[in-house]
Every structure is written in C-alpha cells, then in structure tokens.
Design a protein around this ligand. Sequence first.
Ligand SMILES: N=c1c2ncn([C@@H]3O[C@H](COP(=O)(O)OP(=O)(O)OP(=O)(O)O)[C@@H](O)[C@H]3O)c2ncn1[C@@H]1O[C@H](COP(=O)(O)O)[C@@H](O)[C@H]1O
Length: 106
Amino acid sequence: MRATLQTLEQTIRQRRSADPSASYVAKLAARGRAKIAQKVGEEAVEAVIAAMADDRQDLIGESADLIFHLMMLLADLDVPFDAVLDELDRREGVSGIAEKAARPQD
Ligand SMILES: N=c1c2ncn([C@@H]3O[C@H](COP(=O)(O)OP(=O)(O)OP(=O)(O)O)[C@@H](O)[C@H]3O)c2ncn1[C@@H]1O[C@H](COP(=O)(O)O)[C@@H](O)[C@H]1O
C-alpha cells in the first residue's frame, strides 16, 4: 500500500512546478494553501454523502479524491506522507477508548 502512496507523493512533488495549463497539481498548487484545504473539505463531504447514500462505488471514487487532495495539502506544508503512516503505526495496539481516557482533563 505504501508503494502507491509513495508514487503519488513523488508525482505531486514533481508536478507542483509543472505548467498549470497542463497539470491539475500545478494549477491547484498555484491557487494556494487555502484553496487546497478547501478542496480537502469538499472531497470529505462528498465521501460522507456517498457513504450515507450507501453508494460503495461513489465512496471509492470520493475516497481517492480525498486522499489525493490531502496528499496535496501535506506536500504544500512539506510534510512527508510517511510521517502520517508512522503516526498510525505508533497508535497501533493503543485502544482509542483507553487513549482518550488517559488524556489530561480540560
Ligand atoms: N490522483 C489524481 C487526481 N485525483 C483527482 N484529480 C483531479 O481533481 C479534480 C477534482 O475535481 P473537481 O471538479 O472537484 O475540481 P475543479 O473543478 O478543478 O475544482 P473547483 O475549481 O471547481 O473547486 C479533477 O480535475 C480530477 O481530475 C486528480 N488529479 C491528478 N491526480 C494524480 O496526479 C498526477 C498528476 O496530475 P497532473 O498534475 O494533472 O498531470 C496524475 O497522473 C494522477 O496520478
């Protein structure tokens, strides 16, 4: 699974400086971080709508859009996707219920 994401991350980093008339990655990058972040939010909502409509095929497509745009946002902040995967690895085996209960009280 990491190979697919690694290839996409590399492609995004290379295409950011391409000709915006020929590259969606370059075009979106040129519009700035706020626009990329907006697209992440839009794609997340579209994935939620597909799930609530019980449309598995649409959910797959919207999930791909969401992950792609999230990777664009991470690249814009120069955060390697491996850092996200490392964080998930770090959480492996730690129950979400136990982790939340161990948080300092507000
Ligand atoms: N994975 C993707 C990918 N997923 C989705 N998209 C594009 O994301 C866009 C999302 O559609 P929208 O209608 O929401 O976008 P929009 O109309 O431009 O958005 P608004 O301006 O209306 O907000 C579409 O243009 C999709 O084609 C992607 N564009 C590129 N990639 C990858 O990036 C590589 C480089 O792409 P280019 O930079 O375009 O060569 C490709 O080879 C792919 O591997």
